[in-house]
Unconditional design. Structure first.
Length: 409
């Protein structure tokens, strides 16, 4: 009998999402009765605002919701997204330049599929969200990491990008606010990077999923602004795809509604792909997203204020641990400590030499789940989400304080 043909080599090379893997492990331990506190998931702990849920309930009663609708999205939602893009990104687009996707991940995947050709190099500032390099490889591109450490607030410079550019460079990934670091590029930094990309004809894929979650640089005052790269450099719009969604701002992670906005030709081919890949997004979720974008923003603002309070708390408490360097994040809901000062020292009989080993030690000895830096680039860092309840947030950090206050060598 002939041996079965092999599985896809391309898909076999794709790694499981590290953040989801850590979160699943933490949830499994909780199910066993372990008092694990998880900082792993990038998911708000708040309920979706009630008026959004009510809009979904109303959609359930409408028979039109049970039918196929246009693959690129409901016209009313594409209009709402175009209005949000003008409001928050400073870019005027027609609804025809919008595709509604099954969550932000699909928009990221389709964006790379639309602009990457086999052998193209994609500049990927690191630390980066764990999905980007895999999505680049699925488009037959090559991710080229450009690393910026805590000393640079995890923000790359034009000089670093230029040093990494080759004649095969066709795309730049730009993320502000950042997952995993929470860093926010200034308007001037954004403008410089945008102008550099325009000069060299490089596509920009700008992930703006956290653009509405920014905070003051000090304990009080006005929040910084996440300047969109197409607002900073309007001429970049013809070579930029914006990806976004309702998941983070409105606590709608499970609703799975994202979108991509870009030049008409890029959106056309991405729409062709989606027509074969998934067709339309769930209509009830789309109608809920319309309510989120067009409705009152009071609940979203309350959540942002809660994240800000938690951000200040976790930075303050983590900074008490000798050996941690904790840059102050100005966006998203993550803190990304440099833990190199804890490596090579013995804690509870274990001497971790990488952040992966350190994360295992923390889970085993403190029953706290964090995501190691290896998921986002170089070792030596951990990501902690502060999108969890206030009491658990403090308790988890106090466990770390106790663990790392023990004698070490």
């Amino acid at each position: 009998m002939t041996e079965r043909a092999p599985l896809s080599r391309k898909l076999s090379a794709i790694a499981e999402s590290a953040t989801l893997k850590v979160d699943a492990k933490a949830k499994a331990l909780k199910a066993e009765g372990k008092p694990v506190i998880s900082y792993a998931a990038g998911e708000p702990d708040f309920a979706t605002p009630q008026f959004i849920v009510d809009a979904a309930a109303e959609a359930l009663a409408d028979p039109a919701s049970y039918r196929y609708t246009p693959a690129p999205g409901l016209p009313a939602l594409r209009e709402a997204i175009a209005a949000k893009t003008l409001r928050d990104s400073g870019l005027e687009v027609s609804p025809a330049q919008v595709i509604v996707t099954n969550g932000g991940k699909q928009s990221v995947y389709q964006a790379f599929q639309a602009v990457v050709n086999p052998g193209d190099e994609v500049l990927l500032p690191a630390p980066y969200w764990t999905t980007y390099p895999e999505a680049i490889r699925l488009a037959d591109g090559t991710p080229v990491e450009v690393f910026a450490g805590a000393d640079q607030e995890y923000k790359v410079t034009v000089e670093q990008l230029e040093a990494a550019r080759t004649d095969r460079t066709t795309v730049l990934v730009f993320v502000s606010p950042s997952n995993p670091t929470g860093s926010v590029y200034t308007a001037e930094e954004t403008k410089s990077i945008g102008e550099w990309a325009v000069e060299h004809g490089i596509w920009i894929i700008s992930d703006e999923i956290y653009q509405n979650l920014t905070y003051p640089s000090t304990g009080s005052g006005t929040a910084v602004t996440a300047t969109s790269i197409v607002d900073a450099v309007p001429e970049a719009a013809n070579q930029t795809i914006l990806v976004n969604g309702v998941a983070k701002t409105y606590a709608m992670t499970g609703w799975r509604v994202g979108w991509m906005v870009g030049p008409a030709d890029a959106i056309k081919i991405a729409g062709n792909l989606q027509s074969h890949l998934t067709s339309n997004v769930n209509n009830v979720a789309q109608k809920a997203a319309i309510a989120a974008l067009n409705g009152p923003q009071d609940e979203a603002e309350k959540m942002r204020e809660a994240f800000d309070r938690r951000r200040q708390l976790i930075v303050s408490e983590l900074s008490k641990i000798d050996g941690l360097v904790v840059p102050n994040p100005l966006g998203a809901f993550y803190v990304y400590p440099d833990v190199q000062g804890l490596l090579g020292r013995t804690w509870g009989g274990v001497t971790p030499t990488t952040s992966l080993e350190l994360a295992d030690l923390i889970l085993d000895q403190a029953e706290v789940a964090v995501v190691p830096g290896e998921a986002f680039g170089p070792s030596g860092y951990i990501r902690m989400s502060y999108a969890l309840g206030d009491d658990q947030l403090l308790e988890g950090v106090q466990r770390l304080q106790r663990l790392f206050s023990s004698s070490s060598s």
